[in-house]
Design a protein around this ligand. Structure first.
Ligand SMILES: *Cc1c(COP(=O)(O)O)cnc(C)c1O
Length: 390
């Protein structure tokens, strides 16, 4: 095999967290940390103070405490396994009360009812698809209630006549009835998305502040790190997860752990927007995107047969985060009518380039969004375009 697999591609779709293209690209520090962890030995599970066995989780505790305000944390392979572990450890054989509006499918086979039944918990859905009240949860409590589960409907929006119970309200009810509250926030944005012209995405810090028992989120969505599932919450509940056999089955590997820590350090240092690629992409001003689209246009003007203009368009966040939320962008928009097979044919040729270029089609034109293309890739992108119009 002479190509690495999976092969690097140029993401010109403008979808920042593109699940099919590997979700979040890592920062330089996070990639270097993964390489270091891979190449040699490390104190992964070794306490340098005592010379005895240590815990791979210990490296993360203080950082996640500081970032989220939680007492304790546990990191596993991905968020799907984090939620399955949480339900298995706390609610196997017990009833878990979920709002009907939150018994959702996230995509990629993650369905809240299926995860619940896999954990051995019994789903008790309450309320209606569009409206659920605290009294719906309260009325469903029995001797056998194990938890309340809230799941963020990451990839769709219910609009209009809706009502959901805020985490804080559930915490208050849970405290009275001795029922822990579990909250799957999905993306786990540590930054406030509304500061970037987007709708508010629930943050782990908010859940912790509301008193939620366990909060679950992904490492490779709006956190901008490697694939990982992060659980933050009370010491007592996190301990119960740590002791469950699935914690071992779902444990995070050393490369992901190292790059996750390096990613979280960017947040501690207040440099996330500058260092973490997805935040850099999300925060790129539209004037800069326009300048890049214009520079691409100038370059492709030289290519025979290419008719390109710069158009207004929208970039999506993707990754099951912020459904329907987009950012204004400028794209290179290619007229493909001179190519036999038109836009589809140009897309296919771009996919066959080295590295492959992934774009999108709108109104029979091929669009390339600079938001998700690193400036280092400009030359390769232009080469691929030249070859596609031959
Ligand atoms: C994405 C998502 C998951 C699955 O997370 P992975 O890290 O992909 O396993 C679970 N729950 C919610 C709400 C999500 O948005």
């Amino acid at each position: 095999m002479n190509r690495p697999a999976p092969q690097p591609v140029i993401n010109a779709t403008g979808v920042v967290i593109h699940t099919n293209l590997g979700r979040a690209p890592l920062s330089r520090a996070a990639s270097e940390a993964a390489i270091l962890a891979a190449q040699g030995y490390s104190n992964l599970e070794f306490d340098l103070g005592s010379g005895r066995r240590g815990s791979r989780q210990a490296h993360l505790q203080n950082i996640l405490q500081e970032l989220t305000g939680a007492e304790a944390a546990l990191v596993v392979n991905n968020n799907a396994s984090a939620v399955l572990l949480g339900l298995s450890a706390l609610a196997a054989g017990k009833e878990v009360i979920v709002s009907r509006g939150e018994a959702v499918e996230i995509g990629g086979g993650f369905r809240v009812p299926d995860v619940l039944s896999q954990s051995g918990a019994i789903l008790v859905d309450v309320g209606t698809t569009n409206r659920t009240y605290a009294r719906d949860y309260e009325d469903a409590i029995t001797q056998n209630t194990g938890a309340f589960l809230k799941a963020h409907a990451s990839n769709f929006r219910v609009e209009g006549f809706t009502a959901a119970v805020e985490p804080g309200e559930l915490v208050e009810l849970g405290a009275r009835k001795d029922v822990p509250v579990l909250h799957d926030v999905g993306s786990g944005s540590l930054l406030l998305t509304e500061n970037y012209g987007l709708a508010h995405e629930p943050t782990p810090q908010e859940s912790v502040a509301a008193g939620v028992g366990l909060t679950f989120f992904s490492g490779d969505k709006l956190l901008g790190g490697p694939q990982a599932g992060i659980v933050v919450g009370t010491r007592d509940l996190v301990n119960r997860l740590e002791r469950h056999p699935l914690a071992r089955a779902f444990r995070i590997d050393k490369m992901s752990l190292a790059s996750l820590i390096a990613t979280l350090v960017h947040y501690l240092r207040g440099e996330a927007e500058r260092e973490i690629p997805i935040w850099r992409m999300i925060s790129t001003p539209v004037q800069l995107l326009e300048e890049r689209a214009i520079s691409w246009q100038k370059a492709v003007q030289e290519i025979p047969g290419v008719h390109a203009r710069v158009d207004d368009s929208r970039s999506a966040i993707g990754g099951g985060s912020l459904p329907g939320e987009t950012l204004p962008t400028r794209v290179l928009s290619l007229d493909c009518s001179t190519v036999a097979g038109g836009a589809q044919q140009v897309m296919e040729r771009l996919r066959k380039a080295d590295p492959p270029v992934i774009a999108r089609i709108e109104d029979d034109r091929v669009l390339l969004d600079p938001r998700t293309v690193s400036t280092r890739s400009d030359e390769e992108l232009l080469q691929a375009l030249t070859n596609s119009f031959k």
